[in-house]
Design a protein around this ligand. Structure first.
Ligand SMILES: [Zn+2]
Length: 401
């Protein structure tokens, strides 16, 4: 049986989670949602009001009778830094507790690993916090999401397939020594599925997949409300499943991986080969070919359609491997071809007919900044999921005694 103190911490966590998920709440609503007694909720909310974690915002609408006071979480009570590392640069954002961006900066950088990369990351984090106007002491933790395998528990980057020399880098320790604040590194797709959860995209669903088809191809997987990473941080790496044994070499050392046929690099290479440019103009980029296809160029249309078939393969693998009820698809060019995306979704249902009719929802990512926010969502999840050694909860429990 849980001790009285543990029970109290458990209740507290449940309350904080409930507050975090709602725009605003009344004490009776909160008691109903958490199944705690009205007295417990009353005392907790009053103490948080005094501490500044919760603020009052008028009265709830009512059908006669006394109106209940309406409260909301004070999103400015603490701040979160999120660093989203890509292949050619990184984004640093300073967020409030609702994951609203207060200040952000994009930094182009050569990220091939060497110790100066750590110094650059630290310097940009400090500069972003300074420019955001948030006090450094307000920062609860730094989340950092990276395109590859990360040992979440130990904070070590195991391998980034598309960025050389990131092997066994103790990123958490190195940045914590430099910054003096908690640092939480993780795989980027794990962060993004958490952002989807905290920004309400999942609604009440507990099994979801974020499928990203960009420079790389990978998934963030949530099963029964928890991110799944696996023993070697390898869950979700479907981009490196072989679809053609004699295919092109991949950065992972394999051949014919999905990434070699479905990624942005793959489709761009195919388009550039099929539509050679005369003269010395700058090489066309993906957006230029999207425009060409939209203007009716048959060759460009054919190549996007052929590549969509490989994207469909990635969708099918994710459905079969993880059995989600929600799949969020991120891709740079598919939004310009809604008919292709509709065909892809039909293809998924055609191969798994039992999913039709509400069993599985497939949608395109509606929030362009979702991946960047994912880095900050790593911190939010940690704050909401752990009790021991948790700086925010320590501050709250101090006021809750
Ligand atoms: Zn590969």
């Amino acid at each position: 049986m849980a001790s009285a103190a543990e029970l109290k911490r458990g209740n507290l966590l449940e309350l904080i989670n409930a507050i975090w998920r709602k725009e605003s709440f009344t004490k009776p609503e909160l008691a109903e949602r958490t199944e705690l007694t009205g007295v417990t909720v009353h005392h907790a909310v009053n103490e948080w009001l005094a501490a500044g974690f919760v603020v009052e915002q008028g009265a709830a609408r009512s059908n006669g009778g006394r109106k209940a006071a309406l409260y909301r979480m004070n999103a400015a009570f603490g701040s979160i830094v999120g660093v989203h590392v890509g292949i050619r640069g990184f984004h640093v954002g300073v967020y409030d507790l609702r994951l609203t961006l207060l200040h952000g900066r994009r930094c182009d950088a050569d990220l091939v690993y060497n110790p100066s990369v750590i110094e650059r990351l630290a310097a940009e984090i400090e500069a972003a916090v300074r420019d955001s106007g948030v006090g450094a002491e307000q920062v609860l933790a730094v989340g950092i999401s990276l395109p590859g395998q990360v040992d979440y528990a130990g904070g070590t980057v195991l391998n980034l397939t598309n960025v050389p020399h990131w092997r066994g880098i103790p990123l958490k320790r190195l940045l914590e020594e430099r910054l003096g604040v908690d640092v939480i590194p993780d795989n980027d797709n794990c962060g993004t599925i958490l952002a989807a959860k905290w920004l309400g995209l999942m609604k009440e669903r507990a099994d979801a997949v974020y499928l990203s088809i960009g420079d790389g191809v990978g998934t963030g997987v949530m099963a029964q409300g928890k991110v799944v990473r696996g023993k070697h941080a390898n869950v979700g790496e479907i981009g490196h499943m072989t679809v053609d044994y004699n295919g092109a070499p991949c950065n992972c050392g394999g051949r014919g991986c999905i990434e070699t046929v479905a990624s942005n690099r793959a489709v761009l290479a195919r388009l550039q080969a099929a539509l050679p440019q005369a003269g010395a103009a700058a090489p066309r980029q993906l957006a230029d070919y999207v425009a060409l296809a939209r203007e009716g160029d048959r060759t460009a249309q054919r190549i996007f359609r052929e590549t969509a078939a490989f994207v469909g393969l990635a969708l099918d693998i994710a459905v079969k491997a993880y059995d989600p009820e929600l799949m969020i698809v991120q891709n740079d060019w598919l939004p310009h071809f809604p008919e292709l995306f509709a065909e892809l979704v039909d293809g998924v249902y055609a191969k798994s007919a039992w999913l039709r009719g509400g069993g599985l929802t497939v949608l395109q990512n509606p929030i362009p900044e979702l991946e960047a926010i994912g880095a900050a969502a790593l911190v939010k999840e940690r704050l909401a999921a752990e009790v021991a050694g948790n700086p925010l909860l320590a501050r709250l429990t101090a006021t809750h005694r």
